[in-house]
Design a protein around this ligand. Structure first.
Ligand SMILES: Nc1nc2c(ncn2[C@@H]2O[C@H](COP(=O)(O)OP(=O)(O)O)[C@@H](O)[C@H]2O)c(=O)[nH]1
Ligand SMILES: [Mg+2]
Length: 407
């Protein structure tokens, strides 16, 4: 509910531009372009009002968001076997059986839909650290940033490649589950060769995994011990249960992530539209300048520009009223947002620009009249538009960071 409130809040903030529609895959550019086109058409047809309506009609789409989980780990750790186990496919002749073997079987990312969670796609990734996929090429080759969460499969020891993956993934701040496969083998061998009881082997394995994961991620994390050939054994049931429970949260997070990208697109769209107004506004201000007597025309010219700047701010959702609401959500004071090193520029810059504009405009208008002041108006407006746009992106990022931390 809280997340939904945030969504609605963010939605209001930028003229309700936070809706993702039918993004089957995050890197599916065609669908992405399609949604941007729909938004563009809506905006062209009826401006912000129409755009808002279009986006509103799609509220609640987050449940349909497709979630891609990367099943990742070193070659031979049991990734493909784990996917088969998750999907309940035991027969190697089954058409959807993920190839399993002692050799490296997976050379590219293969996607398998989950049988019950229809919007969950299990991605079988090639093993890391093989001659074909050394560390330095791996992350790019598997498009690591396109997954919504990760299941790291390990076996035998927690290898250097496992440690590297764990820290790379934890940097990305996405959900991750650490799995130790082939526990059946360890239990059997420890008992047969060393007489160690099953419970003791499991305890040792768990502690060993937990310590290694903690060292890499600096976070206490639950680890799951599994046998891919018997899902009733060890932690397999607990793992699937945990994923099912976490899934709504992961979906919302993925949804918000993609919304942030759409928001940036819509802000860009607005900027393009506002840019087209510059010519008209500058002309209008020049015409006013030529029609009126000297003192009055300076005042009118100045007012037209100020009004336009205020319009930019409301269009981008960074007018004072909205910013105050943003600050109360971010739990900071407005001054903090305005004065932080990388903070907002608009409030100051637009007033400085207005002042410069006023002084220069006054001179130009006095000596040369309104028409001469037109290019000057255009340049000032373009400058202010750029600053306002960058500030809007900044606020969007701040909100996105906050929401991401809450998730
Ligand atoms: N005993 C046992 N063997 C497993 C388990 N998981 C995988 N294997 C075996 O480990 C080998 C590599 O498995 P595979 O799924 O192909 O690993 P991948 O390279 O990570 O996809 C195969 O011979 C599997 O049969 C498990 O949980 N228990
Ligand atoms: Mg495989």
């Amino acid at each position: 509910m809280f997340i939904l409130k945030i969504c609605i809040y963010k939605f209001k903030l930028n003229n309700n531009t936070y809706i993702k529609k039918k993004f089957a895959l995050q890197d599916s550019t065609k669908e992405y372009e399609a949604i941007i086109k729909v938004l563009q058409n809506a905006y062209r047809k009826g401006g912000t009002k129409c755009l808002t309506k279009e986006l509103n009609s799609q509220m609640g789409e987050w449940k349909k968001t497709i979630i891609r989980v990367a099943v990742i780990g070193v070659s031979g750790s049991g990734k493909s076997s784990f996917i088969n186990a998750m999907r309940g496919i035991k027969d190697p002749k089954h058409k959807d059986f993920a190839a399993v073997g002692v050799n490296e079987c997976t050379s590219e990312v293969t996607e398998y839909p989950h049988p019950t969670h229809k919007n969950l796609i299990l991605c079988d990734l090639p093993g890391v650290g093989t001659p074909r996929f050394p560390q330095d090429k791996y992350l790019k080759a598997v498009k690591i940033d396109t997954y919504d969460f990760f299941i790291v499969i390990t076996h035998i020891r927690f290898y250097e490649n496992d440690a590297w993956l764990a820290s790379e993934i934890s940097e990305r701040k996405k959900h991750v589950y650490f799995v130790r496969a082939k526990v059946d083998q360890d239990v059997r061998q420890s008992l047969e060769h060393h007489g160690i009881p099953a419970d003791e082997t499991k305890k040792t394995l768990r502690e060993y995994m937990q310590k290694n994961v903690l060292d890499c991620t600096k976070k206490e994390t639950t680890v799951f011990l599994v046998n891919n050939y018997n899902t009733r054994e060890y932690d397999f049931g607990r793992l699937t249960q945990t994923i099912s429970e976490d899934l709504p949260l992961i979906t919302k997070k993925a949804f918000i992530l993609s919304l942030s990208t759409i928001t940036s697109e819509v802000l860009k769209l607005k900027k393009d539209m506002l840019e087209k107004r510059i010519f008209v506004v500058a002309k209008g201000s020049a015409i006013a300048g030529t029609e009126l007597i000297s003192k009055l025309r300076i005042k009118v010219n100045h007012e037209i520009l100020q009004e336009e700047v205020a319009f930019y701010k409301t269009q981008f959702g960074i007018d004072e009223h909205t910013l105050k609401t943003v600050c109360s959500f971010l739990d900071i004071h407005l001054d903090e947002l305005l004065t932080s090193k990388d903070g907002l520029y608009t409030m100051f810059s637009s007033s400085i620009m207005a002042l410069i504009n006023f002084v220069f405009g006054q001179l130009v208008l006095r000596f040369f009249g309104g028409i001469a002041a037109e290019p000057f108006c255009r340049r000032s407006l373009r400058h202010i538009l750029n600053i306002t746009y960058n500030d809007a992106l900044y606020v969007n990022n701040k909100l996105y960071e906050k929401v991401q931390n809450i998730c």
